[in-house]
Design a protein around this ligand. Structure first.
Ligand SMILES: [Zn+2]
Length: 256
C-alpha cells in the first residue's frame, strides 16, 4: 500500500492491478476540473493534491505504460486560468508546479523513480515524463510525440496533453524536486553534525571530570604518604585524616 502523506485520499478507483515496476512520473492535463480518477494523483489549481489510486496499483492514464507509470492529472479550468479551447492549454500555476514536484520527490523516495527528465516513452526510459511523449501525432509546437520503439500512452492520436505551456514547465518541476531532495540531505547532514558536536562536548566534559578526580586522588595519596612518613610522630588527628583519605580514595577508585 502506498499513499502519499499530505494528499486527500479519494480512492480506491483502481481495479487493483498491481504495478510491475516504477520507472516514470507522467504529467497530464485534465481538460476540466480535479480530481480525475484515471490517474493516481490530481492537482487542483491551488496546489491541493487528490490521490485516487494507491500507487501499488496501476492507473488508467498511460495505456501501454500503466504497468510502470505513476500518473498526475492537472486541473486547467477555473480561475485563474483564462478561458481556452483546442490545444492552447494554459500554463500550470506555481502551486501546481510545486505540487507536481512534491509528488515526483515522493515517488523518488517511495518507489525509486529517478530525479531526471525522461527522454521518451521507450520501455527502458525513466524519470519525469509528459503524456505527449507516448502520443502519435504531427505536433508543430516544438515538442514531438512518440518516438519509434516508444510505448503508446493513449488511444487518442494527436492529443496535445499536457500542452506546450505545461510541457515547458517540466524542467522546473524536476529542479524543484531536486532542490527538495538536496534540502533534505542538508537537513540530515546538519543533524549528524549537531550530534557529533554534542558527543565531542560530552567526551570533553568526561575528560575534565576524570582529570579533576585524578587530582583529588593524587592529593589524598600524598597526604597518606606524608602521615605514614611521620611514623611515631603522627598525631591522633593525623590518624583520623589517614582513615578519611584512605576511605575516600578506596571509594573513588572503586567507582572507576
Ligand atoms: Zn494526458
Amino acid at each position: 500500500m502506498a499513499r502519499m502523506p499530505g494528499t486527500e485520499w479519494v480512492g480506491e478507483q483502481s481495479p487493483r492491478v498491481p504495478m510491475e515496476r516504477y520507472d516514470i512520473v507522467c504529467v497530464h492535463t485534465i481538460v476540466g476540473y480535479a480530481p480525475a480518477h484515471a490517474a493516481h494523483f490530481s492537482v487542483r489549481r491551488d496546489g491541493h493534491i487528490f490521490q485516487s489510486r494507491d500507487t501499488a496499483y496501476r492507473s488508467a492514464a498511460n495505456l501501454d505504460g500503466n504497468h510502470r507509470v505513476i500518473a498526475i492529472e492537472n486541473e486547467d479550468h477555473g480561475d485563474p486560468f483564462p478561458t481556452w479551447t483546442g490545444s492552447n492549454v494554459p500554463a500550470l500555476t506555481d502551486a501546481q508546479v510545486a505540487a507536481n514536484a512534491r509528488i515526483l520527490r515522493w515517488a523518488h523516495e517511495e518507489h525509486g523513480v529517478p530525479l531526471q527528465l525522461c527522454p521518451n516513452s521507450r520501455p527502458a526510459s525513466r524519470g519525469l515524463a509528459y503524456h505527449r511523449q507516448g502520443i502519435d501525432g504531427a505536433f508543430t509546437d516544438g515538442y514531438p510525440g512518440r518516438v519509434p520503439g516508444g510505448e503508446t500512452w493513449t488511444t487518442s492520436p494527436g492529443k496535445v496533453c499536457p500542452g506546450r505551456n505545461r510541457i515547458a514547465q517540466i524542467p522546473t518541476i524536476l529542479n524543484l524536486a531536486q532542490e527538495d531532495d538536496m534540502a533534505q540531505y542538508a537537513d540530515q547532514l546538519d543533524k549528524i553534525q549537531k550530534a557529533a558536536e554534542a558527543a565531542q562536548a560530552a567526551a570533553e566534559q568526561a575528560t575534565r571530570m576524570l582529570a579533576r578526580q585524578r587530582g583529588r586522588q593524587l592529593a589524598q595519596a600524598k597526604r597518606i604518604r606524608a602521615i605514614i612518613e611521620k611514623g611515631h610522630a603522627a598525631t591522633e588527628a593525623d590518624h583520623e585524616q589517614l582513615h578519611t583519605d584512605l576511605a575516600e580514595l578506596v571509594d573513588s577508585l572503586a567507582k572507576d
